[in-house]
Design a protein around this ligand. Structure first.
Ligand code: DMJ
Length: 495
């Protein structure tokens, strides 16, 4: 795969990566360190007893994990049956009114496509077979509708590609390729930054005010499509969009919230890791890891330094000198770096996963502790929180997965049972507050726990998948062999 002009430069050493590796090597079990202080005999006796105890508690944990994985699967099926009963053939279930919701004038099967690879990983063979057949028979992109490129890419293109890789079913690849071609006109702007909407039939585009999440969260899906279809066009277009976003960073290395894709000028200079920027950072790192793309590596390494320098925040509540201050990531002006808001929310909770993947386990663990603080405030997390005052700014909870995703990554890298416990609490709260008689419902308010009539497809693609993978045997999915797109669709590494 070739790429031509790139105005990227290497800005600094890979500090985050090396720091994380050191931390991992430092994880020596307490029992081993204690053993050096006592006589060899006592040590032997102790070691044998500890082995027995730890084997015992290990198998207890394993049984508990299996039970939790089975519960997640059962809850997935509960929600899936609700979707099938009231919304089959449509995009989403409306869980309170028990009707359906379509994003556009014609359905694009958002829930079935998003859910399919989770069914495959959960070995729900009958559901997966039926869903796959339904998709290949009924999904058509030959429709006179304007669709949002970003959402369709991460959910449909990503879902079709991962299910293709898991099943080898070429019909899914044919659909993905057709969709990819229909989305390509978004890149025909003077800057190469994509328009937000495209008409799937006519190729007409609209929406020139975009944001880094939408301009920079495409390369995993488009790049994978290039690989499996052996057509470099998709990789080239999506990579250019990512690079053009990066090239417009401020002198202090930050990107803003809104950008005009025709002029390339920022229309909102607010910088953060929240909605409208979040997965831009995720894709810089993951595109490097998935494709071995050195430009992405350089862009990630320089960007993360600015993120740490200007967006990271430490809050010392004066609890005790022995306790680390809390770690958060807030908002700042992209040009001056001046703090503009001390807010963090459910979407930001993806960042511990990204930090863990980059090797920075120390900051990942600290930020995850903050995310959990946010969750515990009301027993479920709000969309936006002021972390200085701990006031809820936006109280909704649309069944988001990010905090579960980070718990899964941290458990994968540390094997610290703390993260299993964390996941168990999250799952229990999630079921307690969001389950309905025939599905799952978003919350209007995490304070009052009032429900709202929405069950987005990422519930199946992400929330249930990350809960399941956290508790299921590691062999369920070889984590090292895949990169998850931002909708939790695993793409196979090919190197
Ligand atoms: C998902 O569609 C994706 O994870 C996206 O990156 C952010 N929003 C939702 C889940 O919260």
């Amino acid at each position: 795969m070739s790429w031509t002009r790139l105005d990227v430069r290497f800005d600094g050493p890979p500090t985050a990566l090396t720091e994380g590796r050191r931390y991992r090597n430092f994880l020596v079990p307490e029992a081993l360190r204690f053993g050096f202080l006592i006589s060899k005999l006592t040590a032997l006796f102790l070691a044998l007893s500890l082995t027995a105890i730890s084997a015992n508690s290990q198998s207890r944990t394993n049984v508990e994990r299996q039970q939790l994985a089975a519960q997640v699967k059962a809850e997935f099926l509960h929600a899936w049956r609700g979707y099938k009963k009231y919304a089959w053939g449509h995009d989403d279930l409306k869980p309170l009114s028990k009707t359906h919701h379509d994003w556009y004038a014609e359905p694009l099967l958002m829930t079935p496509v998003d859910a399919l690879d989770t069914m495959l990983l959960m070995r729900l063979k009958d559901e997966a077979r039926e869903t796959r057949e339904y998709i290949v028979r009924h999904l058509s992109f030959d429709r006179d509708i304007y669709v949002q490129n970003f959402e369709v890419t991460i959910r449909l293109l990503g879902g079709l590609l991962s299910s293709y890789q898991l099943t080898g079913d070429k019909r899914l690849l044919v659909l993905a390729e057709d969709l990819g071609h229909r989305l390509l006109p978004v890149f025909n702007s003077p800057t190469g930054l994509p328009y937000r909407f495209v008409n799937l039939k006519t190729g007409k585009v609209r929406g020139e005010i975009s944001n880094p999440a939408e301009t920079g969260t495409l390369l995993i899906e488009f790049g994978t499509l290039s690989r499996v279809s052996r057509n470099p066009i998709f990789y080239e277009k999506a990579k250019r969009a990512l690079v053009e976003t990066y090239n417009r960073r401020s002198p202090i290395g930050l990107v803003g919230t809104r950008i005009n894709v025709e002029t390339g000028k920022w229309t909102n200079p607010g910088s953060h890791i929240s909605a409208e920027i979040d997965s831009y950072y995720e894709y810089l790192l993951k595109s490097w890891l998935l494709f071995g793309d050195e430009d992405c590596k350089r862009m990630w390494l320089s960007s993360i330094q600015s993120v740490h320098r200007y967006l990271a925040d430490e809050v010392d509540r004066g609890v005790s000198r022995r306790v680390d201050p809390e770690r958060w990531y807030g908002h700042a002006d992209m040009n001056t770096g001046k703090r503009t808001a001390t807010t963090y929310g459910a979407l930001d909770a993806f960042f511990p996963a990204v930090l863990a993947l980059s090797g920075d386990l120390r900051q990942a663990a600290r930020l995850q502790d903050s995310s959990i603080r946010m969750w515990r405030l009301h027993g479920i997390e709000p969309e936006v929180l002021n972390y200085q005052t701990m006031e809820v700014m936006h109280a909704g909870y649309p069944l988001r997965p990010e905090i579960v995703e980070s718990t899964y990554y941290l458990y994968h890298y540390t094997r610290n049972p703390k993260y299993l416990e964390m996941g168990k609490t999250l799952f229990e709260d999630f079921v307690k507050y969001c389950k309905t008689d025939e599905g799952y419902a978003a919350l209007k308010s995490v304070v009052t726990k009032e429900k709202s009539d929405s069950m987005q497809s990422f519930l199946f693609a992400e929330t249930f998948k990350y809960f399941y993978l956290l508790f299921a045997p590691p062999a369920t999915l070889n984590f090292e062999r895949v990169i998850f797109n931002t909708e939790a669709h695993p793409m196979r590494k090919m190197n």
